[in-house]
Ligand binder design. Structure first.
Ligand SMILES: [Zn+2]
Length: 98
């Protein structure tokens, strides 16, 4: 498994992944052709906050893509950007005009 070009964002996400997790992700890469094996020569990019690893199957050379969601990685309180939730509660305004 050889690490190739990562985009800066992908690199950042990849940093959040523990070494053990990285190995698992690379080794668990599912090849649709030969039903699995390692990912070789993988590169990374970022899509919708997820890390997308693209590589080839170490066995047969088939294209393998792994999507890594940061939320499923570590539960060690990494501050990740959350979807903006409206803090203000919509209050019904009574229309009392007098
Ligand atoms: Zn394969």
């Amino acid at each position: 498994m050889t690490k190739r070009a990562f985009t800066p964002k992908a690199e950042l996400l990849w940093h959040l992944v523990s070494t053990l997790e990285k190995e698992r992700i690379i080794e668990r890469a599912f090849c649709t052709k030969c039903k699995g094996s390692e990912m070789a020569d993988y590169s990374g990019s970022e899509k919708n906050g997820n890390l997308v690893l693209e590589g080839v199957c170490a066995k047969c050379g088939h294209r393998v893509v792994q999507v890594v969601e940061p939320s499923t990685l570590s539960h060690r309180g990494t501050d990740q950007p959350k979807a903006a939730t409206p803090a203000s509660v919509a209050r019904p305004r009574p229309r009392s005009r007098r």
